[in-house]
Design a protein around this ligand. Structure first.
Ligand code: BES
Ligand code: ZN
Length: 356
């Protein structure tokens, strides 16, 4: 439907494939024998995108595994035991691998098991999570038994989800033109139909495509409906991964429209210059209910992979939807005038951006 609409507008359409790998843990373990001869088997939880398989090697405790704190080569052929905190899991893994680790165990820094953790990309070595209590038990054993050797068994299988983004391109009138990306995700969660989250944003991306058809001929306009946002920004991450450095450098702005048709309070986040334009645009439209995006939501949608790639982003959303991710997120709750407000803001932001 989205692709046909883009086609009808005369846009060039693409459906770049996006993939998302999720691992299913079939029972991963960390086993070793205590000083007293007692054999111990701890339940590990493979971190998403961990490598698979078994290996036996000495353990080495490296605390938080902070940058510059693990001596060069000190983990050669070893399993690094680390505590969660301060760095991302991928950063910890990179530090351990740089020092030669062939397996990594990360234990929780709060009570309970380490669940629902993901790396930023697939790794070949096993990375298992432990509960805080089990991690401390292993760490304490290592204090008395410095040469402790054990087995990591990452017993996991990967499931690959395949999906497609839907892209409509309005080419520029010249080669190597600057690019503007306007996007929003078109998937929803299984629990709800997703009228506000995010048919609202998808519809607005389509409408903006219609409105901007003949505008800014010196710019390449890309309208993107992203797949798999709700399973972890899968479509947008894959889209950014497939962009060349040259393309990334040509993107003037990426505007992400997600959940914008319920509630009066509007939020804008992302690059300071773009957020400022959004505030100015809102004021010009007489909209006063606009605030900076609340803490914790900065990475909660498809602008984030673009931001990580160094692209200036703008994230527009309305937070207070009582039916967020619920069966009640239905079309009758959509407030058309709220959608229109955001549409007008986006058009004004682009206008301000291009005139500046
Ligand atoms: N539309 C939401 C993000 C959102 C939530 C905006 C609440 C405004 C208020 C988005 O689709 C979502 O649910 N994101 C996930 C994170 C994502 C990485 C799976 C979330 O916030 O839990
Ligand atoms: Zn959403």
């Amino acid at each position: 439907f989205i692709e046909n609409y883009f086609k009808q507008l005369g846009l060039l359409t693409e459906r770049p494939r996006a993939e998302f790998t999720n691992i299913v843990d079939k029972g991963s373990t960390i086993t070793y024998t205590e000083q007293g001869g007692q054999s111990i088997s701890l339940k590990g939880n493979a971190v998403n995108l961990s490598g698979t398989g078994k290996l036996t090697a000495p353990f080495s405790y490296v605390g938080l595994g902070l940058d510059g704190q693990i001596p060069t080569n000190s983990l050669k052929g070893k399993i690094a035991l680390m505590q969660r905190g301060q760095l991302t899991f991928s950063e910890k893994l990179a530090n351990a691998q740089a020092a030669g680790a062939i397996g990594v165990v990360i234990y929780n820094n709060v009570a309970g098991p380490l669940l629902n953790v993901t790396l930023s990309k697939q790794t070949s070595i096993p990375v298992l999570g432990l509960s805080q209590a089990d991690g401390e038990k292993l760490r304490d054993e290592l204090r008395v038994n410095k040469n402790l050797t054990g087995e990591l068994n990452a017993n996991v299988v990967s499931e690959i989800f395949k999906m497609t983004n839907v892209v409509g391109v309005r080419p520029a009138n010249k080669e190597n033109a600057p690019i503007l990306i306007i996007g929003g995700h078109y998937d929803s969660v299984p629990a709800g139909p997703g009228a506000n989250d995010n048919a609202s944003g998808t519809a607005l991306v389509m409408e903006i495509a219609r409105v901007l058809q003949g505008s800014y001929p010196g710019y390449e306009l890309r309208f993107i409906a992203f797949a798999g946002e709700e399973i972890g920004l899968a479509g947008s991450s894959d889209y950014v991964r497939q962009m060349s450095q040259d393309e990334i450098a040509r993107v003037t702005a990426m505007i992400n429209i997600d959940m914008i048709s319920v509630g009066s309070q509007l939020y804008a986040g992302g690059a300071p210059e773009l957020t400022k334009l959004a505030f100015t645009a809102a004021n010009a439209e007489g909209i006063t209910n606009i605030q900076p995006i609340p803490k914790g939501l900065e990475g909660a949608s498809d602008h984030f992979p673009f931001q990580e790639a160094g692209i200036p982003v703008l994230f527009l959303n309305r937070e207070a939807d009582p039916n967020y991710h619920l069966p009640g997120d239905t079309a009758d709750k959509v407030q058309p005038e709220r959608l229109a407000q955001v549409g007008k803001i986006v058009i004004k932001v682009i206008d301000g951006l291009i005139k500046n």
